[in-house]
Design a protein around this ligand. Sequence first.
Ligand code: PEP
Ligand code: MN
Length: 364
Amino acid sequence: MTHDVNIKSFNAWLKFLGKKRPICIAGPCSAETEVQVMKTAKQLKETAGLTIYRSGIWKPRTRPNTFEGVGEKGLPWLKRVKDELNMFVTTEVANGYHVEKALKYDIDILWIGARSTANPFVVQEIANALKGVNIPVMIKNPINPDIALWLGAVERVHSVGIDRISAIHRGFSSFGAKKYRNLPQWQIPIEFRNYIPNIPMICDPSHIAGNKERIEEISQRAMDLNFDGLIIESHFNPEAALSDAQQQLTPKKLKKLLDKIQIRKLVGKNEKLSNTLTAMRSLIDDLDASLLDTMEKRMKIVETIGMFKKQNNLIVLQQKRWDELMRKNLNIAKKKGLSKTFVNNFFKFIHQESINKQSKIIND
Ligand code: PEP
Ligand code: MN
């Protein structure tokens, strides 16, 4: 089901920004001083050729008593970037007051942060403040993996007449030690685009990675998944940054990274590529069909066994049998070069379904 939000296509955005895919937005996590804002912007423009500048002005952090942004006094600095360097500028707004101030200083694009998207009260307040204003808005995914919240935020902003909306994928919070600061869960932005197919999707590899090292790999992945752009944190002197120091790149390093990323093409209208791909995909379709046949047969046998267990008053979960089966299957999988995690999860799923079926039969 697609949502009834008439968003201007990516092309309308590109026209506005005067750019080709991928759009690249860069700048510091936070505006700290006028010198830092100007110096970083100048380097991004001169070294990396970038023209869209991001910077947080209000930075309510996860915990208090850390740097909370310079606030309003940073807005004239962004205005200077816009006027003197001829760049587009964008900042985060988290309430109606922020919107009012950002508009006063001619900010070109606003963004709604992940914590705000998670709160419909906040999103509605921002939307109300945007009534009658024609400004592009980027909406980050909520910190929790909830597509409906993300879509709801787009709908609230769209309902006040904003039609240049894009989405930013910045990953999702999770508990415990992990490889990423925020888990990418790529299937979520992909599914999100099934609901609003022409919404520009921008990836924020900085907040997904949480460190400098993984930014390139995440950016490449986003491009391979046909994302429209990137928003990357950059600071002229990352070590001295007052927020997110560990994930910011110098403009020079960012330029290197952007040069390295491969922008692969869509199959689109190229007939030869498209025919070859269709042929290879038909092999996959055949295999998927036989997987489903096998599953159908397996579940029928599971039902027969369920009936047998019921007649003989046996319990559903026979742990020993399951352990043996898994050991055997993992051994075979290893010889076939299949990943252990994948095969483990695959059989866990099948097993869960089998247990559900048999429990139902026994209790019917
Ligand atoms: C940011 O972009 O600096 C920011 C605060 O991001 P997020 O809302 O994704 O945490
Ligand atoms: Mn940040």
